[in-house]
Write a protein that binds this ligand. Structure first.
Ligand code: NIG
Ligand code: FE
Length: 434
């Protein structure tokens, strides 16, 4: 892709200088307060036409009239060729570090075996754990690198990545080191989460004290080590009947908070267990999944700062006929975000715009709600709402350019890859080859 001045969009990666993103059919700014949007605010999607975006040193300095900004001298013009420019998508929930895919489980589910039953038989998360423990750091890095490039190619510029397929100190640290290395070598913005409480390891399930010993290991050794090494920003727990109980989750997350880490929960995914209420009461940054949330859970999230992160790809892929009650959450005033939940078991999709399609068609969200949920509210679910998720002065120059003329086409061409290019801090992250 060439700019009108003949300059390639591949500006030098280390020194973006002054750039002007121009010739867009629409600039979807998502501009507004630097915090999660709720209720009717989610219907206020700001879209500009005849608008260009001036960037300096990787930060947005001005969003304004194309005719005026194109007169500024000494800038690298980036010709968006009539596409739609959005804030880079913020995917706040993924399990992107894993070894083998688990495609055999999809046919087991088609035959009627459910996700938790597969796990009880030693498959599911346990299967990814067995596999990951045998792999070296280098191999996991290479596998994840290829997957992250695919994720970036669909418009994602910020991605949360969880550990959770190691379940020993060494294997969990191995995963977090892989995330740190990826973060240093890719422009993609990665946010690491420690999910040592993703499952009770099979070896711990085999003894009577194994379960409480594993919770003690998390609290006394793993979380303090993660915090002291600065390897994660968040701690997450799979709080679900059959996995971690409400009390165990409270113990683990209280420890994380004492260690200065932020909190997330896999809450009320398959059965209601009070996960959303616990997330709200602990001041978690987000409660994720929520397909089985109770009415009191909806009320608790509406009254809390905790972002309700919905993952419709997971319920679709598991073949469930239930989805999270997005309308009830929005109408109650909760801050709703969307994410892929990219993982080898329940949501092997790298395509974030496809999740927007599901949000509109399955969760009955409007395009405005879905776009704000995947940008501003995704950023809020990562405690980054003051830096990413908006095209506004002071925000990072994280953009996704799509080959469409109207933002409503983004969820419409479902499954297609319309992303032409992305930038993070003004540096090209993904560029579509033509
Ligand atoms: O978010 N539910 C728990 N964790 C993942 C699935 C992980 C897996 O099956 O490997 C999720 O859906
Ligand atoms: Fe998950």
């Amino acid at each position: 892709m060439r700019s009108s001045s003949g300059v390639s969009i591949l500006t030098p990666p280390d020194a973006p200088g002054r750039q002007l993103f121009t010739n867009c059919a629409q600039v979807v700014t998502c501009a507004g307060p630097p915090r999660a949007r709720r209720g009717p605010e989610l219907s206020e999607l700001l879209i500009e036409r005849d608008c260009s975006v001036l960037v300096e040193g990787g930060a947005i300095v001005q969003v304004g009239s194309r005719a005026v900004l194109e007169r500024i001298a000494g800038v690298t013009a980036i010709d968006c060729e009539g596409g739609v420019l959005l804030p880079g998508l913020v995917d706040s929930h993924s399990h992107a570090i894993f070894g083998k895919p688990r495609f055999e489980e999809q046919e087991l589910r088609a035959q009627g075996l459910d996700y938790m039953e597969i796990a009880r038989r030693g498959g599911g998360i346990h299967s990814s754990v067995r596999d990951l423990r045998q792999r070296g750091e280098e191999e996991l890095y290479e596998l994840a690198m290829r997957r992250l490039l695919r994720i970036a190619s669909h418009g994602t510029t910020t991605l949360e990545v969880k550990s959770g397929y190691g379940l020993t100190i060494d294997d969990e640290m191995k995963m977090l080191r892989v995330i740190a290395r990826l973060s240093r070598s890719l422009p993609l913005r990665l946010v690491p989460t420690f999910l040592g409480a993703h499952e009770i390891p099979l070896e711990a399930r085999a003894t009577t004290s194994g379960r409480s010993d594993y919770v003690a290991l998390l609290v006394k050794e793993m979380i303090p080590q993660v915090a002291s090494l600065g390897l994660a920003r968040f701690v997450d727990v799979f709080c679900e009947p059959g996995v971690f109980t409400i009390e165990e989750t409270r113990t683990i997350l209280s420890c994380a908070r004492r260690e200065g880490l932020l909190l997330k929960l896999h809450a009320d995914e398959l059965r209601p267990s009070g996960g959303a209420e616990l997330a709200a009461s602990l001041g978690a940054t987000s409660a994720d999944h929520l397909a089985a949330i109770s009415e009191s859970g909806v009320r608790a999230l509406a009254e809390a700062d905790t972002v309700a992160t919905l993952l419709p790809g997971t319920m679709l892929f598991l073949g469930k006929d239930r989805q999270a009650p997005a309308r009830a959450l929005i109408e109650a005033g909760a801050a709703v975000a969307l994410a892929t939940d990219f993982n080898p078991g329940t949501s092997p999709t790298v395509n974030f715009p496809l999740i927007l399609t599901l949000a509109v068609s399955q969760l009955r969200m409007s395009v405005s709600e879905a776009v704000l949920a995947a940008t501003v509210n995704g950023a809020a679910a990562l405690a980054l709402a003051d830096r990413v998720g908006q095209i506004a002065p002071g925000f990072s120059a994280d953009f996704a350019l799509f080959d469409i003329a109207d933002v409503r086409e983004l969820p419409y061409w479902y499954g297609d890859r319309r992303c032409r290019a992305t930038w993070v801090r003004g540096v090209p992250c993904h560029v579509e080859s033509r």
